[in-house]
Design a protein around this ligand. Structure first.
Ligand code: ATP
Ligand code: ZN
Ligand code: MG
Length: 503
């Protein structure tokens, strides 16, 4: 595989002693090639032209891509030329940077990139040329990232349309289904819920709220507290920095609710806005846009990223491991668009997200105990018909990675919990509802957030308990009449508030 980097350097002035400068170029280039490519391939300075304050260089390599060579060259050359002739390198860029690499499979469709480039391929042999690549692009390794991106795009072309990975793990006993209607429709009829004033959000009246909180209490008292989890309270807005680290920003930009801030809180600056509201009785949209910033954060999408942020850059003492916490404060917001349905797929939902950090063995043991506790709740308290399946890990889905079976023999990965919803059709043909999941993530996030243990390696994981989903799964199978509910659940629920009557 051949790589060719044509660089243009602008010097801070004209070089007085051209011969000495050219000698320096040759020496520093040889040294940079030696240090960055060395025995890992063949590197050479293929061309070199010095013209006034412009130095043009061409590096070629059959080993590592030569941008590190250029960076090493610039650093050293600038120093030495400065010492000898009081001239340094003011700026540089790559006018053309070409690389060859092989793909896992031939692209099926054209590949696009958002930076100036030419891409071509013969079968799986690919050539990518970036043009006008800036100094920052060279320093930040854009060529390697562009190659990774091309590979991902090609993988995706082959993967698109294929089913997500799904493999059945366990099944509960079959249960009688006394109810077969859509529970949200029934809740609407009884005025338990009302579609909210903005997209995909719901107002839960006293009865529905009571049931949602009952689900929450069952999860806490029957699963989390017995296993030693402690509650944390986290902020509701997630920074872009967090999303860059988890991969969510690249994976799901179309699913976030973005947060903007007022540019100022000075009432004088808002006077025109206020006046327009008073005069027109409407929202002055243009003026509003002028007065608020672009997005500065997102509204919580999932809680675990912010828990990782809490731990970032810290070393956890052995006595605090395994660390078991859960958040139930931040409400999850997701732009579900066409997928919205009833209370089971909403744009704003309430979820407990337990997060665990510990050794691999800690987490594997914890997973077993969580599975046992969950099974008790779903079998003995909610009496659901449900099943579990091994699926494409959420952290791959959510960062847009291609889903494959994890090579790590079902150690790392995600288990989905699914409930049968009779209103959707037969058990065999209908789609079951994922009402929660449980993952072991390995060291992906502990690495990304630089979280360390006092000694040894640490892993992490999370399990998302979707309360609207617990509730709809339960009501879809049992109906809305208290008499039809299992006694275990009735005990937890206690007396229900009276339905609010409307005339
Ligand atoms: P789905 O495949 O149904 O969209 P997901 O894979 O996006 O779910 P996760 O991101 O893994 O879900 O979130 C964990 C849990 O949060 C889910 O198991 C579910 O209980 C709940 N959840 C996710 N999205 C929604 C939603 N739009 N409405 C209600 N609950 C949700
Ligand atoms: Zn999570
Ligand atoms: Mg989803």
């Amino acid at each position: 595989m051949e790589h060719r980097l044509e660089a243009e350097l602008t010097l801070s002035g004209r070089v007085a002693d051209v011969a000495a400068a050219r000698e320096l170029v040759a020496r520093v280039a040889a040294d940079a090639i030696q240090r960055t490519i060395g025995a890992r391939g063949e590197g050479r300075l293929a061309e070199e032209t010095l013209d006034g304050d412009r130095l043009t260089l061409v590096f070629e390599s059959s080993g590592p891509r030569p941008h590190q060579t250029l960076l090493a060259f610039v650093r050293r050359f600038s120093e030495e030329l400065g010492r000898a002739q009081k001239v340094g390198v003011r700026s540089f860029r790559a006018s053309k940077y070409r690389t060859q690499f092989s793909l896992a499979a031939a692209p099926k469709k054209p590949i696009s990139l958002p930076i100036p480039h030419h891409f071509s391929h013969h079968g799986t042999d690919a050539t990518l040329e970036l043009t006008e690549l800036s100094e920052a692009g060279l320093r930040d390794n854009w060529m390697d990232r562009a190659v990774t991106l091309v590979r991902e795009k090609v993988d995706k072309q082959h993967y698109e349309g294929k089913e997500q990975f799904w493999s059945l793990l366990t099944e509960s006993p079959r249960r009688e289904m006394p109810f077969s209607r859509d529970p949200t429709e029934e809740m609407l009829k009884r005025h338990w819920v009302r579609p909210g004033p903005t997209k995909g959000k719901w107002f839960l009246g006293p009865t529905a709220a009571h049931l949602l909180r009952t689900m929450e209490r069952i999860a806490r008292e029957e699963v989390l507290e017995p296993l030693g989890f402690h509650e944390v309270v986290q902020p509701h807005h997630d920074s872009f920095d967090i999303l860059l680290k988890t991969g969510h920003l690249a994976g799901l930009p179309g699913e976030f609710y973005y947060v903007s801030e007022p540019k100022t809180r000075d009432p004088a600056a808002w006077e025109k806005f206020t006046d327009l509201v008073k005069l027109t009785g409407e929202v002055p949209r243009d003026e509003l846009e002028r007065m608020v910033t672009g997005p500065t954060a997102i509204s919580c999408y999932a809680q675990c990223p912010t828990v990782y942020w809490w731990l970032s850059g810290r070393t956890i003492a052995t006595e605090s491991l395994p660390l078991l916490v859960f958040d139930r404060s931040a409400v999850s917001n997701r732009y579900e668009s066409g997928g919205r349905h009833g209370l089971e797929r909403v744009d704003e939902f309430h979820r407990i997200e337990p997060v665990y950090v510990g050794t691999r063995d800690d987490l594997l043991a914890l997973r077993e105990r969580l599975l046992e506790r969950y099974a008790r709740v779903f079998n003995e308290i909610l009496e659901l018909e449900w099943r579990t399946a091994w699926v494409t890990p959420f952290y791959m889905q959510q960062s847009g990675e291609v889903g494959v079976e994890d090579a790590d023999a079902r150690v790392k990965g995600t288990i989905d919990f699914e409930a049968y919803l009779p209103y959707r059709g037969t058990r065999e043909k209908s789609e079951w509802l994922e009402f929660q999941n449980l993952s072991i993530v390995g060291d992906k996030y502990t690495q990304a957030f630089a979280i360390k243990a006092q000694k040894g390696e640490i892993w992490s994981g999370c399990t998302g308990i979707g309360l609207e989903r617990w509730l709809t799964a339960f009501l879809a199978q049992k109906g809305l009449d208290v008499d039809g509910w299992p006694s275990g659940f009735r005990e937890f629920a206690g007396d229900l508030p009276h339905d609010v009557k409307f005339l």
